[in-house]
Design a protein around this ligand. Sequence first.
Ligand SMILES: Cc1cc2nc3c(=O)[nH]c(=O)nc-3n(C[C@H](O)[C@H](O)[C@H](O)COP(=O)(O)O)c2cc1C
Length: 373
Amino acid sequence: MTNSNPPLLTPIRLGEIELPNRVFMASMTRARTDNPGLVPNRRQAQYYAQRASAGLILTEGTWPNRESVGFIDVPGLYTQEQADGWRRITDAVHAAGGRIFVQLGHTGSSSHPDLLDGALPLAASAINPGLKAFTPTGFKNTVTPRAMDASDIARTVEDYAKATRLAQAAGFDGVELHGINTFLIPTFLYESLNQRTDGYGGSPENRARFVLEIVDAMVETWTAARVGIKLSPGLTGVGNLVAGTETLATFEHLIAELSKRHLAHLQLMNPVSDLTGTPLEGLGQDVARHFRALYAGTLIANGGYSFETGNVLIRDGFADAIAFGAPFISNPDLVERFRANLPLSPSDRNTYYGGSDAGYLDYPRATEPAGQQ
Ligand SMILES: Cc1cc2nc3c(=O)[nH]c(=O)nc-3n(C[C@H](O)[C@H](O)[C@H](O)COP(=O)(O)O)c2cc1C
């Protein structure tokens, strides 16, 4: 697009806050929280502050309670110590002129007993998702989880509310509910992993109930304008998570319900595989094109976008902003590079998860900001 005023570089209002551009940083787990309390550290503050020119930063997925842990060295937001650690980060991002939402996510059955002091992971039903979990001793096969009973559901909803309260106290500008991949929420949404016969299974309305209860609890705790959600409605064929004949209807129902709630945003992640021949075939590659008509609020598209394709999607009215993932790992100044039409640096996958500052804090800017050396 050769337009002199590209849509991605125009301001947008998100709930209660004004953002200078529509180039958002998508959530990315980097597994650098290497302490037993899972307290985010100074290196993370530096990493996020380096990326503060993003219209909005969405943090790495963060645990809302102890039971949701499903990976090593990922931070939590369920203790005061963790909230104090996050305060360092929100202060650093705000001092650098940025805005930041924390993403709250529960791994569900994609976790492993080795990460849960031997306890079984939780899920909608007792169905092994058939995945590999990253444990302290390497990758292990997932196990058959424990189906959540009514008290597990109530406690988990309450834990999201508590984490939202801690997020507010820690100085975040908002929270995003992680509803993607094979984590806890999709185990409720997909018939292949949800065989419940109570009010949380058996129909699109029932399968969407759990996630809506969490959203409502988070909204009640803070306010709708500070709560967003990320979904991956084009996901299928990942382990035993397979789209069925009611999966699309479930997402359509859920997104129409979310539209009524006047949230900060809905973020939709594109498929990571070819949907030809699956029940999700009609979605196409840009899922925002399918769901835009169902959602009246701010819609963020994510997955595989460039400056050019992102601008076209916004210009055509299918999204309001784009969340960029991998490009933000290796281009801390992604916004400035887009603005100046500078080339992007490739990221090194070997340093995505865990390790030192290499591949985390040392990706250079293309140009130093004015007034800094
Ligand atoms: C290293 C890495 C870690 C990620 N961790 C998360 C995460 O914690 N939460 C999440 O919602 N998505 C996560 N994602 C997915 C990204 O947010 C994004 O949806 C995906 O990379 C597609 O966007 P892109 O094509 O612009 O990279 C991760 C992606 C990468 C590359």
